[in-house]
Ligand binder design. Structure first.
Ligand code: AMP
Ligand code: ZN
Length: 111
């Protein structure tokens, strides 16, 4: 599988991994857009939210991101969890991932 995020799961390419359980892995975004910018991915390869068939997978990713927001100290201040899906939303990595963004004021609507 020629997927960079699968390679991060396999530890065949490096990443700053911050948390892991049986189903999810979290690592710091290489090009952070906020003081906290962590990617949460399922260990199962799913290209995007469009191909996700098991809603429990999305629930695990979301709860994992929430737990990390607590650990990062941004849960009370506020944070955003974003899943870009396909071209118009700006998805560039086709292994489902949630961005956890926080530590600064964030505008609405997003760009
Ligand atoms: P998206 O545009 O939603 O597909 O987001 C992909 C994200 O992956 C971007 O924020 C990139 O900065 C990030 N990214 C790409 N390659 C790596 C990498 N090797 N390690 C960590 N983050 C990465
Ligand atoms: Zn993958």
């Amino acid at each position: 599988m020629d997927c960079l995020f699968c390679k991060i799961i396999a530890r065949s390419i490096p990443a700053t991994i911050v948390a892991e359980d049986d189903h999810c892995l979290a690592f710091r975004d290489i090009n952070p857009q906020a003081p906290t910018h962590i990617l949460v991915i399922p260990k199962e390869h799913v290209p995007s939210l469009n191909e996700m068939t098991d809603p429990a997978l999305a629930g695990r990713v979301l709860a994992f991101a929430r737990d990390l927001a607590v650990k990062e100290g941004i849960a009370d201040r506020g944070y955003r969890v974003v899943i870009n899906t396909n071209a118009e939303a700006g998805q560039t990595m086709f292994h489902l991932h949630a961005h956890l963004l926080g530590g600064r004021e964030q505008g609405w609507p997003p760009g």
